[in-house]
Design a protein around this ligand. Sequence first.
Ligand SMILES: Nc1ncnc2c1ncn2[C@@H]1O[C@H](COP(=O)(O)OP(=O)(O)OP(=O)(O)O)[C@@H](O)[C@H]1O
Ligand SMILES: [Mg+2]
Length: 163
Amino acid sequence: MIIIFTGTPGTGKTTLAIELAKKTGIPYLDVNIVIQECNLRESYDKKNKTYIVDEKKLSKVLTEIIKKTKNLIIDSHLSHYVPAKHVDYCIATKTDLKVLKKRLEQRKYPKNKIKENLEAETFDICLVDALELKHKVIQIDTTKNSIKKCLEMIQHGISKNKR
Ligand SMILES: Nc1ncnc2c1ncn2[C@@H]1O[C@H](COP(=O)(O)OP(=O)(O)OP(=O)(O)O)[C@@H](O)[C@H]1O
Ligand SMILES: [Mg+2]
């Protein structure tokens, strides 16, 4: 089973993806390592202290990885660019803006980066893109639900929606 995690930074993808991998035994893929190893960084955004990634190239590389494996959990806010036909479930994490702001401030992100991420969350950019790209989306709100509860909701969503 191929499961991707998408969502605005700070909404809980990595936390939940790693826990789901532990619980199910499905291998976890850290896309940041793929980006580094395959040199997919296009440019550096000085203002936001972040790298711009070529999402088309990334989606090609991820598709090649998926084709070689049966089970994988992919963790990245760019993961939904992988064509839906290669993906079984797309978990889209979300968080209320106040809580997300706190999480991003704790990370000491630059003000502008926090603002942009909060805007992305306001407009559900990742969710809307994932739905437009025809993924089978399971939305998980990490604002008030515990990690344990979120995992139960993910597993429930998967068993309810078996292809
Ligand atoms: N129910 C929950 N599920 C996931 N994370 C939670 C939850 N409740 C609180 N958190 C906290 O929210 C933060 C989420 O950070 P995490 O690194 O998982 O986000 P991310 O979406 O992977 O961000 P990035 O895109 O920058 O990698 C963590 O500090 C985590 O402990
Ligand atoms: Mg992460």
